[in-house]
Ligand binder design. Structure first.
Ligand SMILES: *Cc1c(COP(=O)(O)O)cnc(C)c1O
Length: 388
């Protein structure tokens, strides 16, 4: 058998990226320096948001967003069951209570109708996830949020560079045109990487200031925020914050990667189109859909099997060197959440059906033509082997 192994995702680092990092290492500031702000500025501009706050990782971004939302112990915050655990964990970090609302079958994103059904007098927020890079129905979620006075936080860890159209206009994910905040991750499998890293975008100055405060221990030196400045050394801790800062070293990498972001996304899109075309005649497969109003940034390429046993396919593809994966084990199935949530599996028929048949295929910009055709051949071959 082949010794080849193709992971489901990975970074693409160039010599130019490495030079950018080395330049920072040779400079006076390796943390809390000017490269953090340069990265934030370029990111905010790319997304079309007024503010961007860079942080240590995507989970820290979610945690700070939940703190800035001022969720409280009696509050309920609605999120999707089909996501990475961090999307729900951040609600608990802030002391509030996660509530799950089922996904819709077309784009695996949270279903706004199911969100509406879960709203109670205690509901204070919604955290939708742009699953696999496909945007959620933000205009509809925004309408629900406004109607009920909810804070809307987009988990866009999958969706840097994605966009959606509504009423003749196009909106980039991260522009916060239909939300209060949007969070991102720069883990190596995501669209751009800084090793570890994250970002929050917002258009709200008050939220922006809270994010800055919570990012660095709740400490401020801003004269407007301080009662009595006792001397040049003086600062005040105004809230219980954290050290969620990111280094200039990481931001240099992130900033350098941003220059190639559009290339990364167009390559992801091309590979997804190649898969779509190669698999369109295989009845057994349910392929990912892109809504007419959506422009996915294709973080993941996720297929579903109509009849085949997913475990059999998974094992065979792994043997053939494909780093296939499953995104995700639904939140309510994890032992921790089984104890702490009042939900039952039966409450999420769409998520359950999806989880039973889903498989993620390799997709990353650095894939060679040869890798792509190998994936196509192995999937075709394996489906054929198992169908007889
Ligand atoms: C990657 C990811 C996160 C967490 O990001 P980290 O940078 O790994 O902390 C959060 N939500 C989703 C949906 C993710 O995919």
């Amino acid at each position: 058998m082949s010794k080849r192994f193709i992971p489901y995702g990975r970074q693409w680092i160039t010599d130019e990226d490495i030079e950018a990092v080395v330049d920072v290492l040779r400079s006076d500031w390796i943390t809390q320096g000017p490269t953090v702000e340069s990265f934030e500025g370029a990111f905010a501009e790319y997304c079309g948001a007024r503010y961007a706050v860079a942080v240590a990782n995507g989970t820290a971004a979610l945690h700070l967003a939940a703190l800035a939302a001022e969720f409280d112990t009696t509050d309920e915050v609605i999120t999707s069951p089909v996501t990475f655990v961090a999307s729900a964990n951040c609600i608990l970090y802030a002391g509030a209570n996660p509530v799950l609302a089922d996904i819709n079958e077309e784009n695996i994103c949270i279903d706004p109708d199911r969100v509406a059904e879960r709203i109670t007098p205690s509901t204070r927020g919604v955290i939708p996830i742009h699953f696999a890079g496909h945007p959620c129905d933000m205009p509809r979620l925004w309408e629900i949020a406004k109607e009920h006075g909810l804070i809307l936080i987009e988990d866009a860890a999958h969706a840097l560079g994605a966009s959606y159209s509504w009423e003749g206009q196009t909106f980039k994910v991260g522009s916060c045109a239909h939300s209060h905040m949007t969070t991102f991750s720069f883990h190596p499998v995501k669209h751009i990487t800084s090793g570890e890293g994250g970002m929050i975008t917002t258009n709200d100055e008050y939220i922006f200031k809270k994010l800055l405060l919570f990012r660095s221990h709740g400490i401020t030196r801003e004269p407007d925020l301080i009662g009595n400045v006792e001397g040049p050394w003086y600062y005040e801790m105004k809230a219980l914050g954290f050290n969620y800062r990111i280094t200039d070293i990481q931001c240099a990498l992130g900033l350098s990667q941003m220059k190639r972001l559009d290339t990364f996304i167009s390559r992801r899109r091309k590979i997804a189109q190649t898969y779509n075309k190669a698999f369109e005649n295989i009845e057994e497969l349910i392929l990912p859909q892109e809504s007419t109003w959506a422009n996915s940034s294709w973080h993941l390429y996720v297929i579903q099997f109509r009849t085949l046993d997913r475990l059999d396919v998974f094992n065979r593809l792994r043997e053939k060197g494909l780093g296939v994966n499953v995104h995700y084990i639904p939140i309510y199935r994890h032992p921790f959440y089984r104890k702490s949530l009042s939900h039952h599996y039966g409450d999420f028929p769409v998520a359950e059906r999806y989880y039973a048949r889903v498989l993620t295929l390799p997709l990353f910009p650095l894939m060679k033509k040869d890798d792509i055709s190998y994936v196509v051949d192995m999937v075709r071959e394996t489906v054929q082997e198992l169908m007889v």
